[in-house]
Design a binder for this molecule. Structure first.
Ligand code: ADP
Length: 626
């Protein structure tokens, strides 16, 4: 029979999996058991919503069997099974995304990372076996099909025989090598240990034939082996166990298995609520963002159970968008099993649970920030953008919930601080919360406008994320202190005397400034100022749109034409001020050149592109070669 090829990316992933020394081979078993459990859940849920499908939940189970001599390990379930098409699409490709960044000569960390991103899944079987045979019969088909593969070369699918609905997976376990003893996966004791360790919570029985040594004759000390099929797992979902009976490792293993992560969670949140609506929730904050987290493909949601029976894999209504990174399960006896998804959305119980969960997550994050700052910062570096996005999303309706969870880089402390921390350290004469934005901390720190504020010993929040300024604009003020961009035209930090001086300079040079402004159509105004200490020029803005915000708008696919109103400010005390005054009187041509150069300088400092770089560079050369 002709072999079919794996899709090229699946092939590479499979190749990585087989050949890289993925640290923990043991997990292949939990992956298979977890798939079986999902298939049983699916079949049961189907029976609740489709009268044609009759299922006795008591009979749903997973079986593990092994044959030492033939080196076969078999995992069987009587779940929903797979049709021929499903075998093809589920096992022939690694589903979900197509954009895998494969590189030549990847380090083993990078390999692990790539494998991890995809959740090792079914393919993990190839870490321990040289041949995998899947025989499956779907609830929606009378025929059974056999999928078989010996690894990267490809796979075959043919019709097969199978009595009952469900799936049987037979692994031909690799021969032992110097590096690894694969035979352990054919050992009763080892298998039992693995099932207990990784799959204990699975809510269906995982059965295996177990040997008992029984004393036959006490006097002669004679024993007899006697075999019996036993359920290995406790079947108690981990969230139903008392916290004292569950170790940190158990929670971590559950998380990694259930949510296909190769890393432990950063934080485990468990909560049990009794009341009008009772439920148990086990929530996790991942330690890194899922590979598709910041894409459209990412689906938020918590697994929803009704008394141990899965109703929905990802119930989106249980999580607000700003906490979309949270993974976990919610189990409530107060939700009806047969409820349709549409009705579920309307359910008051569900709404109440969602509200409680939101509060719980918020509280836990606040605690973490207070008591375990390093962990919080690690969390914030991973998911902070989502929180900041949450602040301004929906017209800022959630900003009050989130404003104490967001952090920004402090110029003074050179690390992340909260707004509340900033405010508590404000100087007596300081009435605004200053911020400055740019593409990096270094670039912001060298902005001319920063100097004046830092000279007063006021701290400045340096904003480097594109969402930051939108977030701050949405918050508006904190404890009556308004936020102020250091690039705002009106910082109001000068003394009365300084103000008068500038006013005078601007009046006396009105014609000059107007002519400059006429030459520079884009800018709203050109003025002398004394806010600059050592720098000759800067660009400030008027109104709500800052330069950094304009950059974000400019980068959007459909240009909305939102522009910042810019002001070119010239340092009145800088020698250049005198120079242009002289040129204005004596040499208009030269005056025009200087105007263009100065404006380009200001744009450059603000990180804005220069439309006519060739012209400007020629002008500069003309001027400096004089
Ligand atoms: P994942 O479980 O993360 O989706 P896998 O590679 O483990 O990825 O499995 C791919 C798909 O194959 C599953 O989503 C499921 O649809 C199907 N599948 C795997 N094992 C079984 C099984 N025992 N019964 C029914 N379907 C299965």
């Amino acid at each position: 029979m002709a072999k079919k090829e794996f899709k090229s990316e699946s092939k590479r992933l499979l190749d990585l999996m087989i050949n890289s020394i993925y640290t923990n081979k043991d997990i292949f078993l939990r992956e298979l058991i977890s798939n079986s459990s999902d298939a049983l859940d699916k079949l049961y849920y189907r029976s609740l919503t489709d009268k044609k499908v009759k299922v006795d939940r008591e009979k749903l189970e997973i079986n593990i069997a092994f044959d030492k001599d033939k080196r076969l390990l078999t995992v069987t379930d009587n779940g929903c099974g797979m049709t021929k098409d499903e075998l093809e699409s589920n096992l022939g490709t690694i589903a979900k995304s197509g954009s895998l960044a494969f590189k030549e000569n990847m380090s083993s960390d990078e390999k692990t990372n790539i494998i991890g991103q995809f959740g090792v899944g079914f393919y993990a079987s190839f870490m321990v076996s040289d041949k995998v045979t899947v025989t499956s019969k779907s609830v929606d088909d009378d025929k059974a099909y056999v999928w078989e593969s010996e690894g990267v070369d490809g796979y075959t699918i043919k019709e097969g025989k199978k009595e009952d609905t469900g799936t049987e997976i037979v692994l031909h376990i690799k021969e032992d090598s110097d590096e690894f003893e694969y035979s352990k996966y054919l050992d009763e004791y080892e298998l039992k240990k693995l099932i207990k360790k990784y799959s204990d919570y699975i809510s269906f029985p995982i059965k295996m034939e177990v040997t008992h040594h029984e004393l036959k004759d006490e006097e002669k000390h004679e024993y007899e082996d006697h075999k019996e099929i036993e359920t290995i797992n406790s079947m108690i979902p981990i969230w139903k166990k008392s916290k004292d009976d569950v170790s940190e490792e158990d929670y971590d293993n559950f998380y990694m298995d259930k949510f296909s992560d190769y890393d432990k969670p950063l934080k485990v949140i468990s909560s049990s609520v009794e009341g009008m609506t009772s439920y148990k929730a086990l929530l996790f904050i991942p330690s890194h963002a899922p590979f598709d987290y910041y894409t459209q493909e990412y689906e938020k949601g918590l697994a929803l159970y009704s008394n141990g029976v899965l109703i929905m894999e990802k119930c989106a209504d249980l999580l607000p968008d700003f906490f979309s990174f949270v993974k976990g399960v919610v189990d409530s006896e107060d939700l009806s099993l047969n409820i349709s998804r549409e009705l579920l959305q309307e359910s008051q119980n569900l709404k109440l649970i969602a509200k409680n969960i939101e509060n719980k997550i918020k509280k836990e994050l606040e605690n973490m920030l207070r008591e375990d700052r390093d962990t919080y910062i690690s969390f914030f570096k991973t998911f902070g953008v989502q929180l900041k996005y949450g602040v301004y999303n929906n017209f800022g309706q959630d900003k009050d919930k989130l404003k104490d969870l967001v952090m920004f880089y402090s110029a003074k402390h050179e690390k992340l601080i909260t707004i509340s921390e900033y405010v508590s350290e404000m100087k007596e004469d300081q009435d605004s919360i200053y911020y400055a934005s740019g593409s990096s901390i270094e670039k912001i720190a060298s902005l001319p406008q920063v100097e004046q504020v830092r000279d007063k010993d006021y701290d400045i929040l340096y904003l480097t994320d594109y969402v930051d300024e939108f977030c701050i604009t949405a918050i508006q003020s904190y404890e009556d202190k308004k936020f102020k961009n250091v690039s705002d035209e009106n910082l109001d930090l000068e003394t009365e005397e300084e103000k008068k001086e500038t006013e005078k300079a601007n009046k006396e040079n009105k014609d000059l400034l107007t002519e400059m402004n006429d030459l520079l159509e884009e800018v709203t105004e050109v003025r002398f100022s004394n806010k600059l200490k050592s720098h000759p020029v800067c660009l400030t803005t008027k109104g709500d749109v800052s330069i950094e915000m304009q950059k974000v708008f400019d980068a959007m696919p459909n240009d909305m034409g939102i522009k910042a109103q810019t002001i070119l400010e010239i340092n009145e005390k800088h020698p250049i001020a005198k120079k242009i005054q002289t040129l204005y009187k004596k040499d208009k041509e030269e005056f025009k050149k200087y105007t263009k150069i100065l404006y380009s300088e200001a744009r450059m400092i603000a990180g804005l592109p220069i439309d006519n770089p060739t012209e400007i560079s020629q002008l500069i050369c003309e001027v400096i070669s004089k």
